[in-house]
Design a binder for this molecule. Structure first.
Ligand code: UDP
Ligand code: MG
Length: 317
């Protein structure tokens, strides 16, 4: 029989974790699988860990959890969950019931047909207009720049086969941008659509600022092509300046001395200065990443666990 692991990163999810657990077990019990639910408490500051302890006491052999020493972020949470999971197939889902557990049945069908990554893609119905317009714009522009394909509406809700999970676990980088990594590993991938549900309780952990940072990660994580924007922008500016200088010289020669205003000069200096700053910032981003990678710090630290052997390892081996 297939063994299914459900990986659930939780950060301050006290308000929903019980109803999530009830739902997920109701669905899993109805499926012809063996299963385990692998929770990751991402350093919650509310009663999440206490609730996980109770759940683990009640369903000892079908529950694992690890609890981080502090908040390490959802990426680290997913990584810990994937290391925790022992199933032949692994589902990653949010604790807030925005990912309908019923869809696991559909995913399982696809898994049995031999697919390795089964991705539930949500439609943006019911999202805030501004947020979904911005996301669409982002995905459209980012896909021109990165090597992997990022699709709008595709989150982390998906089922992965054992080989896909092992592939992900073999990637040692410290900066993990999962959306990109999922796509980078390849394997036989299918998508299907579902309608997004409202968060059951508690509140979203994504502030606008963290979304912007996440967007930047997506741009920078997969290649160094953005560095080239600067090179081309700089080169075009130099070319424009040369043309302009020639034109000024030519008019001065043919029509006598005609000192152009300093405004043009200021514009050119500021323009070139701007390009240089953007470039320095970009180079700084990449160097910052190299700095983090070379430290080889583990992605997370565990303070407590149940049924799981998730010792932290160095980020890059
Ligand atoms: N999450 C986490 N660590 C964090 C932030 C979020 O493990 O630092 C978890 C959170 O508990 C939830 C999932 O990631 O299970 C998605 O978070 P959220 O619902 O806040 O994101 P949204 O659905 O608004 O994109
Ligand atoms: Mg959510």
């Amino acid at each position: 029989m297939t063994k299914l692991s459900v990986v659930v990163p939780c950060y301050n999810e006290e308000a929903v974790i019980d109803s999530f657990d009830r739902e997920i077990r109701r669905v899993l019990d109805s499926l012809p699988v063996e299963y385990e639910v692998c929770y990751v408490d991402d350093g919650s500051r509310d009663g999440t860990l206490g609730k996980l302890r109770k759940i683990a006491a009640e369903y000892a052999d079908r529950t694992r959890y690890v609890s981080f020493s502090r908040n390490f972020g959802k990426e680290a949470g997913m990584l810990a969950g994937l290391r925790e999971a022992s199933g032949d197939a692994v589902v990653i889902m949010d604790a807030d019931l925005q990912h309908p557990p019923e869809l696991i049945a559909t995913m399982l069908d696809y898994h049995r047909q031999g697919h390795d990554q089964i991705i539930a893609r949500r439609t943006r119905e019911g999202d805030k207009k501004l947020r979904s317009a911005l996301s669409r714009l982002y995905y459209r522009s980012v896909n021109r720049w990165v090597d992997v394909e990022l699709t709008d509406g595709v989150g982390d809700f998906r089922m992965l086969s054992r080989s896909a999970v092992d592939a992900l676990l073999s990637l040692p980088e410290y900066n993990r941008f999962s959306k990109g990594l999922f796509s980078w590993i390849g394997f036989d991938t299918v998508h299907f659509d579902y309608r997004n549900a409202r968060r059951e309780a508690g509140e979203t952990k994504w502030k606008f600022g963290s979304l912007l940072n996440y967007a930047m990660d997506g741009l920078i994580s997969f290649n160094n092509r953005p560095l080239r924007i600067g090179i081309w922008a700089g080169a075009s500016l130099v070319a424009l300046t040369a043309v302009y200088a020639l034109w000024v010289a030519a008019t001065a020669l043919t029509r006598g001395v005609d000192a152009p205003g300093y405004v043009t000069l200021v514009a050119i200096i500021v323009g070139i200065g701007g390009v240089q700053m953007v470039m320095l910032g970009l180079i700084g981003e990449y160097i910052g990443r190299i700095y983090y990678e070379t430290k080889r710090r583990p992605h997370f630290l565990v303070k407590e666990s149940h049924g799981a052997d998730v010792r932290p390892r160095p980020a890059a081996a």
